[in-house]
Design a binder for this molecule. Structure first.
Ligand SMILES: Nc1nc2c(ncn2[C@@H]2O[C@H](COP(=O)(O)OP(=O)(O)O)[C@@H](O)[C@H]2O)c(=O)[nH]1
Ligand SMILES: Nc1nc2c(ncn2[C@@H]2O[C@H](COP(=O)(O)OP(=O)(O)O)[C@@H](O)[C@H]2O)c(=O)[nH]1
Lengths: 272, 272
């Protein structure tokens, strides 16, 4: 059961932390301390980590693909190219594998979801966000999240989400939504609505165990003025993101990739 | 008594809020809600607001210059140009005024300080920060601050400050420090050290009055997990920034601008 997730966002938005939080273990080795004399990278890189994890008795062969350098340059005009090429290459590999004589067990390395990190400015999407999301939304299931949402008060999050969704609608950007079927039972309709009404998810990540004021030990961030709890739905939407990715819509993400995004790519490629 | 302060940083780092917090009143009119269909600006703009304020019985003719658009484009290679041109133009105006026959009362519009907002990534300075600070540091008193520092825990702030200062030293960027004199009394040496040991100031801004858990009403930000107090030095360095700008080093900022930065500019200009 392959799940390939692409993580996109500028440096310092808590991407590595979120990945470790999602899979409840430090997926990445600790980052080396940056030497001030070190030359920063000149192009966007692709880094991928694979791990077998178990979720609800489902064994997942999880690959997380990070994109260090994205959005970090003075000039980010080409930031998206490396990423689009990478997604296309996975489609091409699948196309080749499908065309072989022996294709009983194709290794599915296509990207099933792209988590896009939005900087918590409080205003709305940045030009770079819009540019990149428009390059990606037809090729991958796009899941925008508000990074480091503990920067924003509840009221600011509500306004920010509204403005982001207005930008997304205005720019005609497709973001992932699970298909709804006529015969869905009431419970699953409600559950879908509960998860999707929180999009874009306001997330907080942490692998640190901290003490709350009332003595509980939780994953969170400890400030002089209080402790934010990652798994507390009153504090952020982390739980919802996790449910979407590895519990409720795992199948939908893979199917939409295989039956819609890949097929569209294949059709375009073969007819050009 | 003129004080002209330039505010530089990308959108959403809390610059307008900080300006209003510094001068304890809403210096800017409330921002209009951005229409998603609105075309974002294509170049960096200069916006300036002037107000007479009173500080410690000193009447200040304060001008705050904002730079909307800075750092907000996909390609920010020219982000600094408008700002450097603006600073140079103030120097040129002063040069012209100095050369007139009647120069008894020159209006000093030179920039006395530039507060540079660093995004709280937790890592270190971004390429844009370094590029811009190097363009500005010989022309204006540079005061770097960590924006929205309530995003970072105390430990993260300490590490971040250390890495920023290492970058600044390595890149040979001059940041404002008040001159120290042989005959300074012990109290002023201690006071200088207390303020300067906090650079870059980790700031938080807010003009909202909120209730703390123990019932006090303070300027701050109210989160579900706690209230951060702007004027509480255990929570952030806002008080230190304010002391530097409008209390302790007001004279030093104006003198260094007049006697060093302006004179260097004048010498370069007249000898080229
Ligand atoms: N406020 C806040 N800080 C976070 C969060 N997640 C990570 N951080 C901190 O942000 C800094 C950068 O995190 P990192 O995961 O390395 O970001 P990346 O560069 O996007 O991979 C570190 O100091 C983290 O502890 C979060 O949800 N909220
Ligand atoms: N977490 C945090 N948010 C802040 C702070 N100051 C302002 N904000 C919020 O950040 C958002 C953008 O602030 P604004 O002052 O308009 O930023 P500007 O674009 O740099 O002028 C608003 O929602 C503010 O309430 C701060 O110190 N900490």
């Amino acid at each position: 059961f392959n799940l390939n997730v692409l993580i996109v966002g500028e440096s310092g938005l808590g991407k590595s932390t979120l990945v470790s939080t999602l899979f409840n273990n430090d997926l990445y080795p600790p980052k080396p301390r940056k030497d001030p004399a070190a030359e920063p990278p000149k192009t966007v890189e692709i880094q991928s980590v694979t791990k077998d994890i178990e979720e609800n008795d489902v064994r997942l062969h999880l690959t997380v693909i990070d994109t260090p350098g994205f959005g970090d340059f003075v000039n980010n005009s080409d930031s998206w190219k490396t990423i689009v090429d990478y997604i296309d290459k996975r489609f091409d590999n699948y196309l080749d594998a499908e065309n072989r004589v022996n294709r009983t067990s194709i290794n599915d390395t296509r990207i099933h979801a792209c988590v896009y990190f939005i900087q918590p400015t409080g205003h709305s999407l940045k030009p770079l966000d819009i540019t990149v999301m428009k390059k990606l939304h037809k090729k991958v299931n796009l899941i925008p999240v508000i990074a480091k949402s503990d920067t924003l008060t509840d009221e600011e999050i509500e306004n920010f989400k509204r403005r982001i969704l207005a930008d997304i609608r205005h720019q005609e950007i497709d973001i992932f939504a699970p298909p709804q079927y006529e015969n869905d039972d009431a419970e699953s309709v409600t559950e879908t609505h509960e998860i999707m009404s929180k999009v874009p998810f306001a997330i907080v990540g942490s692998t640190q165990q901290v003490q709350t004021a009332d003595g509980r030990t939780v994953r969170g961030r400890s400030y002089p003025w209080g402790v934010i709890e990652v798994d507390n739905e009153e504090h952020c939407d982390f739980v919802k993101l996790r449910q979407l990715l590895v519990r409720n819509y795992l199948e939908e993400l893979r199917e939409k990739t295989a039956h819609t995004l890949y097929e569209n790519y294949r059709t375009e490629k073969l007819s050009s």
